[in-house]
Design a protein around this ligand. Sequence first.
Ligand SMILES: Nc1ncnc2c1ncn2[C@@H]1O[C@H](COP(=O)(O)OP(=O)(O)O)[C@@H](O)[C@H]1O
Ligand SMILES: [Mg+2]
Length: 388
Amino acid sequence: MADASILVVDDEENVAMTIRAILQLDGNEVLAVTSGSDALRLLRERTFDVVLTDLRLGDTDGTEILREVRRSHPETAAIMLTGYASLESAISALRAGAYDYLMKPSDVEELRATVARAVERRRLRQRLDQLEEVDRLKTQFLSMASHELRTPLTAVSGFIQVARRRILRELGGDDMPQRARDEATRAAETLELAQRQSRRLARLVDELLDVSRLQLGRVELRRDELDVAALVREVAERTRIADADALVELALPEGPLRILGDQDRLEQILENLVGNALKYSPEGGRVRIGARADGPDAHVTVADEGIGIAAEELGRIFDLFYRSPDPRANHVGGLGLGLYISREIVTRLGGSLWAESEPGRGSTFHVRLPLARVETPVPTGPGAATRG
Ligand SMILES: Nc1ncnc2c1ncn2[C@@H]1O[C@H](COP(=O)(O)OP(=O)(O)O)[C@@H](O)[C@H]1O
Ligand SMILES: [Mg+2]
């Protein structure tokens, strides 16, 4: 371990100089001082990766140096040097914030190893701080960008609708020459296409917003009593309307499957799973959605006969931004957000979401959510106590 900056504090000059020489040989920048006051002055002026300090200094107590390190350079690793093999001094050093301690006179290898460990820890700490900062900035950026995109998008979509309605109203009258009527009809159709694309864009931006809200812990989920079977039926119906070629089959129980959950969010998750099932299947692929009660849970499955998922990817597809390297999945668009959002929400609702697949033959996604407990009426009134 080299290139670390180290401060050595020991009132015995030969000890300080020996330690300095040993650590310099490893390529470190080492400053050695023999008094507590010099050490405190240096600590006010600059930072070190590691501080080694004697417990008993002529003018100062070594724990004071440790405290100063902890106060003004919490990321610096401090090592206590002690001439006394006493548990008490070691404990007081660790309490004052020492990362480790060394007994004097210490073995050269032990000194080098202890310092190397402290430097390594300090490097990892710095790296962690950097990564945390980058992660924080990323989350912040995601949140700002998605909000900034949402506003003009809502306006664009609103203006398109207004323009289309105006044209349709004109077309409704009968004072328009045929040529203008044809033009207006085409314009209305074009606006319809623009509207569809802006809706698609809005869905993507909403997914980005969801990710940033989930990461900031700002997603509020409702816990309404609802029927999962009815929800599945609705989503299937909507899929058939949106995509006339979609082959969606249902396997549902006779009665309702009551759970406590968030209707909009559960629809979003089912739409996601059904959307993926269609997206990652060849044209005309069949999708089967099933729901049933299983023990204390409602168990929903969305099965397709599509390209499938390689075993080593099954755990990763729920990661943020994960998209399969499978070339058969590349022609379809997507940001790799849907499954991440879906799993986060299912988990927050007390359930679980996972996938199984036979590569080349299809995939099945499973959602389990606890069934709403049916309240058993508590017997009350005069006879209640005696009924046993
Ligand atoms: N039904 C499925 N069949 C095969 N692969 C799937 C299926 N659903 C999801 N995947 C894989 O998981 C990845 C992540 O899915 P998702 O989070 O919905 O993002 P996106 O669909 O935007 O890529 C997809 O890119 C795809 O590789
Ligand atoms: Mg998707």
